[in-house]
Structure formats: C-alpha cells, structure tokens
Design a protein around this ligand. Structure first.
Ligand SMILES: Cc1cc2nc3c(=O)[nH]c(=O)nc-3n(C[C@H](O)[C@H](O)[C@H](O)COP(=O)(O)O)c2cc1C
Length: 179
C-alpha cells in the first residue's frame, strides 16, 4: 500500500502538514510520501493564463503523485471559511488536465486550525468538492485548537480523546480502491 499525504496549505510552518504527517505515520503502508504544495506552485489559475502557458508540467507531476498512491491523506487549512488558494490553485490547474484529479483514491480528509472549529468550513468545502473530482472520502477528522491539542516537538496529538478518535478512524479505514 502506497500512501500520499499533503496539507492544503503553502505555509512552511503548516499545522495541517504536521497533522497530515502524524496521521500518515499511524497508517500501515509500505511506502509513504509527504509532499509540500510549495513544490507545486503555479500562477493563479485563469483561462487567460492557461491560453498563454498551456498545461503546466507541475500540475501533471501532482496528478502523477496521486496516481502513484493507493490512498491519500489530505489535511485542509482554512482561510476565510474556505480552502486555501494554494490548494485550490494546483487543484484547478490539475483538473484541466484530468477531471478526476483524485483518481478515485480513498481519502482520509483532515483539518485543523488554532480555533475551536478546527477548520471545519474548509473540511466541509472539501467534502463537497473532492468527490466530484474523484476523491473517495472514506473518513474525516478535524482537530480543534491545534496549539492546545498537538505537541509540535513530539509531532503528535497530545489530547488523548482526540488522539483516540483519530486512531479509531484509522483502525476502521477501508483502504480498498473501488473506482
Ligand atoms: C488569510 C487568513 C484567513 C484565515 N481564516 C481562517 C478561518 O476562516 N477559519 C480558521 O479556523 N482559521 C483561519 N485562519 C487561521 C488559520 O487556520 C491558521 O493560519 C492555520 O495555521 C492555517 O493552517 P496551516 O498552518 O496549515 O496553513 C486564517 C488565516 C489567514 C492567514
């Protein structure tokens, strides 16, 4: 089983990347890769820019990573109650080369933020969007108050209740690809 994880964020200090990395570490996979959206940066998508630059190879590389994987761990960051531009941008560019961006792969969808709502607006936005583009979301988990509930030095959730909840979700996760 090959696992690809990333955060829907381009912050170099991304708390969602920390959460995605922790969750990926809990999953029993032979091969794991954690990618950073900074390596997939493109101009802001518009049909005009697309006319100028065509189909960017970076978007193809992003699609290749997803095709390589048997499952995806995606932790979406929230900006102004939605998904970040960084994630949406590579998603939009990639969708022009292949409609089913997420390639029918099983997805563990996560989110976290410093606030008590744990970036659930971004999570809900992803829950609407990803399944239309091949994201087979099998489970979701949101960690509220990241700074209180995650030990950055240890790289793990420090709050036992939240940690147990994530571990239970991972225990019950159905990895089998259906699409
Ligand atoms: C422009 C901007 C808008 C934000 N809007 C929200 C928001 O709507 N809800 C929320 O929970 N956090 C919001 N935040 C705080 C982010 O959750 C916080 O910056 C978090 O670290 C982002 O995740 P990341 O570190 O993985 O990029 C916002 C931050 C920025 C910079």
């Amino acid at each position: 089983m090959k696992l690809l994880a990333f955060a829907g964020s381009s912050s170099t200090q991304s708390i969602n990347k920390k959460l995605a990395t922790y969750a990926a570490g809990l999953i029993n996979a032979e091969e794991k890769e954690i990618i950073d959206l900074n390596d997939y940066e493109l101009p802001l998508f518009s049909v005009d820019k697309e006319k100028l630059i065509g189909a960017p190879p970076i978007a193809r590389l992003f699609l290749d990573k997803i095709e390589w994987a048997d499952m995806l761990v995606i932790s979406v960051a929230e900006h102004n109650a939605g998904m970040t531009v960084a994630f949406k941008n590579i998603y939009d560019w990639a969708s022009r080369q292949k409609k089913l961006v997420f390639d029918n792969k099983p997805v563990l969808l996560l989110s976290t933020s410093p606030g008590g709502y744990g970036a659930k607006n971004a999570l809900e936005a992803a829950k609407i969007s990803l399944p239309r583009y091949g994201g087979d979301i099998r489970a979701t988990f949101s960690l509220p108050k990241f700074q209180e509930n995650f030990d950055v030095e240890a790289g793990q959730i420090s709050n036992k209740e939240h940690d147990d909840a994530l571990k239970e979700i991972i225990r019950n996760f159905d990895y089998e690809q259906k699409g």
